[in-house]
Design a protein around this ligand. Structure first.
Ligand code: PLP
Length: 370
């Protein structure tokens, strides 16, 4: 781990760079590229993609930017183990475990039930192969911190002194700082001509950290691009008001780290939340997401995930068809890992996982679920 002053956010706010712990896990900046072929199909001559699938050499996706701060904090607090939370197929739990292990930390992932999909099987096997301890827990699908801590209960308390809790999705002000930085990174790329300023930025909205960081960061860096956050988790789990409280709390936190960070007014209209692409719920494919995923993969050569990126892209495609994007510069923020996983999973037998996870391997997966 080393502290790297070259993050664009830290160049703008040096005192922040001195205060915030950071482990340099990722390969940043990620490219911002034009999507020629997909753009031509959709009638969008100015369609771009932010390649956060390439945030890490071993494992990419949006969680790496958050983990750079969170895992550095764990090390600074002399933790020996990190515990995190998610659904059974959690990309976040997998990313946390992979990078925690590389930093010499143990990792336990507390996972709750979700609809089955191919990637759930794959992620469970990868997590196990990466040396992550998997535990099942049930809750009423709530990601609320209090509920989760209660779910863990007394069993883990004796170990608590050496344990660092990474919140679901890595979403808390410290983790979100990674996406405030991402907005500053984009602004530099716009400034140096890698792409024009986007009018709209489409991104999947899960635990809401990515969208919150981008919205705050774009405003702080002075880019008036509109974030279009496409909901992939039910409102009752991640309510809209949480997005705005995360933005407020992160702004406050960053001002505490560096008083020069601007006090910004973020209105609800600064982020467009799109609820209509969720379909039947989290990890449930829709006809639109299946089609969007296929187009991205076959025409764009971009790996997609039916739970997240395919739904975000489905929203972009519908808006393109409706003509509301005509003449605009559009950025699709790709949040899904595209690196091939380094650990062979063929050798992992699902029966070595806790029994609560066995049904994912025995029951059918929804067609086109990704
Ligand atoms: C976690 C995740 C998201 C959602 O990001 P949040 O910050 O939780 O909103 C989007 N895409 C992929 C592929 C993810 O794994």
């Amino acid at each position: 781990m080393h502290r790297d002053a070259s993050l664009p956010l830290f160049r703008a706010f040096p005192a922040m760079g001195a205060r915030l712990p950071r482990a340099s896990l990722g390969t940043l900046p990620t490219p911002a590229e034009k999507m020629e072929s997909v753009g031509a199909r959709l009638g969008l001559p100015a369609l771009y993609i932010k390649r956060d699938d390439l945030t890490g050499e071993v494992y990419g996706g949006n969680k790496v930017r958050k983990l750079e701060f969170l895992l550095a904090d764990a090390l600074r607090r002399k933790a020996e183990e990190v515990i995190t939370f998610g659904y059974a197929g959690s990309n976040h739990a997998l990313a946390t475990g992979i990078y925690a292990r590389r930093l010499g930390l143990k990792c336990t992932a507390m996972l709750m039930s979700q609809p089955n999909a191919q990637y759930v099987r794959r992620n469970l096997l990868m997590a196990s192969g990466a040396g992550i301890e998997l535990r099942h827990y049930s809750s009423r699908a709530s990601l609320s911190w209090a509920v989760i801590l209660r779910a863990i209960g007394d069993a883990l308390r004796p170990r608590a002194a050496r344990v660092y809790y990474v919140p679901p999705g890595g979403t808390c002000p410290l983790g979100i700082a990674g996406y405030v930085n991402a907005a500053f990174e984009l602004a530099e790329q716009v400034r140096c001509g890698m792409m024009p300023k986007p009018d709209l930025v489409y991104v999947a909205l899960g635990s809401m950290g990515t969208a919150a960081g981008l919205a705050l960061g774009l405003k702080a860096v002075g880019l008036d691009s509109q974030v279009v956050a496409v909901r992939v988790i039910e409102e009752r789990v991640c309510p809209r008001r949480k997005l705005f409280s995360l933005i407020q709390r992160t702004g406050k936190f960053l001002r505490q780290c560096d008083a020069a960070f601007p006090q910004l007014r973020i209105a609800e209209s600064d982020v467009t939340v799109r609820d209509e692409f969720l379909g039947k719920g989290y990890a449930r494919a829709t006809a639109e997401s299946a089609y969007a995923g296929e187009l991205l993969e076959t025409v764009g050569g971009i790996a997609t995930n039916g739970t997240y990126t395919a739904k975000a892209f489905a929203a972009l495609m519908q808006d393109a068809r409706g003509g509301t994007l005509d003449g605009k510069t559009i950025l699709f923020w790709n949040t899904y890992n595209s690196r091939p996983f380094p650990i062979g999973i063929d050798a992992v037998d699902y029966r070595s996982l806790p029994k609560e996870f066995h049904p994912y391997f025995r029951t059918e997966v929804e067609a086109q679920s990704g």
